[in-house]
Write a protein that binds this ligand. Structure first.
Ligand code: GAP
Length: 454
């Protein structure tokens, strides 16, 4: 396997590349944006969708012991009272009496406001859940919350899923969806935002087997990132100190990635014990225990939870794929010594897998190029591009990490019915008959998959 020596990248470079290439835009940009909320552009939406689909594939479709769920964002507020989020999902905050900016206590040094040196209030607890009202009347009784984690939708459906699927323990329920947190110190682009997507799985198991499953799911998570190209040396597992454990956990480990600003959490794998099911049993009065037919025992299952953020994972894939090198002058449009920016995505992560590029917009080339595109588009995620020079188009495809470009030229239409496949990483140009194109693309992608393994 080829060793990948990628360039380190700073966050500003990633933010401007994302804007330039339609990966991520600031939300409501024409109004000056809105605090730490981002929109995914035409390329970014494909990247994030690939991340979610691959997680779903690895978690649900490739396993016999996990099923899927898509629960609603809005839930009965009793859920959040039972889960502890109303009383525990808080950060200690101070507010400046002059400029009214708020800060997390653990983020400030000294006793004055970091922004205007004004006097600060005493710390008070600030709940991170967004509130809204259900129905026509804006009163306390109508308050509902935007969920701060997808997990609770799984816990309250545990019996529904277990009974309808007739599952025996251990088994898991996976879900992908939006979560919302009124973070006090969001930042680092799409790393910490107020609206984000989570990919969570709650794995229900027999009490006493939880520690073993905890270890299993930590390994599984690290393998997932490596399988799709994150380099092993950029990943680490960090076990939480007792003092950092979330209120529901007896043991948590973070899978961290070395982002441009340092190590940051991608995923937390927690041992939630029977905390949530018991809390919901108590508050709802409904029985959520499980009867083990084999041992004739009844118990409340323990839960291991791998909880991953889709946005952070997309950012890690983006940062990890970033590379720069001297451009090949033959490909233009610049001079020798120009910089070539290339995202060396794993082919299954890449937003576009194959681009079809006629050498120019010449009327002889375009119909054949469109025909070639029609052959490929049902099989791969493709893009057709005939604007500007071929050199510029190669650069654009490199900047969004397209593994293969297929070029249609005059020889294609006048002579040999063949096209050229340009390989993003090897920079080879291989001529193949159109009749064999799909197979040749598949072969090259397979080789790239092996080379991209972290
Ligand atoms: N159900 C457990 C739970 O929500 P968490 O560690 O708070 O655990 C899980 O969140 C994952 O969700 C994190 O590892 C991170 O990837 C993602 N996440 C959490 N807060 C986020 C935020 N404000 N912005 C982006 N992603 C976030």
């Amino acid at each position: 396997m080829a060793e990948r020596k990628l360039k380190r990248v700073d966050l500003d470079t990633l933010v401007s590349l994302s804007k330039r290439r339609g990966i991520v835009f600031q939300s409501s940009e024409i109004y000056g944006g809105v605090g730490s909320v981002w929109d995914y552009g035409p390329i970014g939406v494909e990247l994030k969708r690939n991340v979610k689909n691959l997680w779903w594939q690895a978690m649900v479709r490739e396993r016999d012991d996990i099923v899927g769920l898509d629960a609603a964002i809005l839930m009965n507020p009793e859920v959040w009272a039972a889960s502890g989020h109303i009383s525990n999902f808080t950060d200690p905050m101070v507010e400046c009496k002059k400029c009214h900016h708020r800060f997390r206590v653990d983020n400030i040094q000294g006793k004055a406001c970091p922004d205007c040196a004004g006097e600060l209030t005493e710390p008070r607890m600030f709940n991170l859940m967004f509130k809204t009202f259900m129905g026509a009347v804006e009163e306390e009784a109508a308050v509902v919350y935007l969920r701060p984690e997808t997990a609770q939708g799984i816990f309250v459906n545990f019996s529904n899923v277990q009974q309808t699927t007739r599952r025996k323990l251990p088994f898991g329920i996976a879900q992908i969806g939006k979560s919302f947190r009124n973070e006090i110190t969001p930042g680092n682009f799409i790393f910490r935002t107020r609206e984000f997507e989570q990919m969570e799985m709650e794995f229900f198991c027999k009490p006493g087997t939880d520690e073993e499953w905890h270890r299993f799911w930590i390994h599984f998570s690290v393998d997932f990132f490596k399988r799709y190209g994150i380099r092993g040396e950029k990943l680490r597992v960090r076990h939480h100190e007792e003092s950092e454990l979330p209120h529901y956990s007896t043991g948590s480990a973070d899978v961290e990635y070395e982002f441009p600003w340092g190590w940051g959490e991608l995923e937390t794998i927690s041992d939630r014990t029977d905390f949530d099911l018991k809390a919901h049993m108590q508050r709802s009065g409904k029985d959520l225990s499980y009867f083990d037919e084999e041992t004739k025992e009844r118990y409340v299952p323990f839960v291991i939870e791998p909880a991953m953020g889709a946005d952070r994972t997309a950012l890690a894939f983006l940062a990890d794929a970033y590379d720069e090198e001297e451009a090949a002058p033959a490909e233009g449009p610049g001079k020798a010594g120009d910089k070539r920016v290339v995202l060396r995505f794993h082919p299954d992560i890449a937003p576009v897998t194959v681009a079809v590029l006629p050498l120019s917009r010449n009327e002889k080339l375009v119909p054949t190029a469109k025909k070639v595109h029609d052959i490929l588009r049902p099989l791969f995620n493709t893009q057709y591009d005939d604007s500007q020079s071929i050199g510029r188009r190669y650069r654009r495809q490199d900047e969004i990490g397209t593994p293969l470009c297929v070029t249609v030229d005059f020889e294609t239409v006048e002579k040999d019915d063949s096209v050229t496949i340009r390989n993003r990483d090897l920079m080879t140009q291989v001529r193949v008959p159109i009749a064999r194109l799909a197979e040749a693309v598949r072969e090259q992608l397979d080789v790239m998959r092996k080379d991209c393994h972290g």
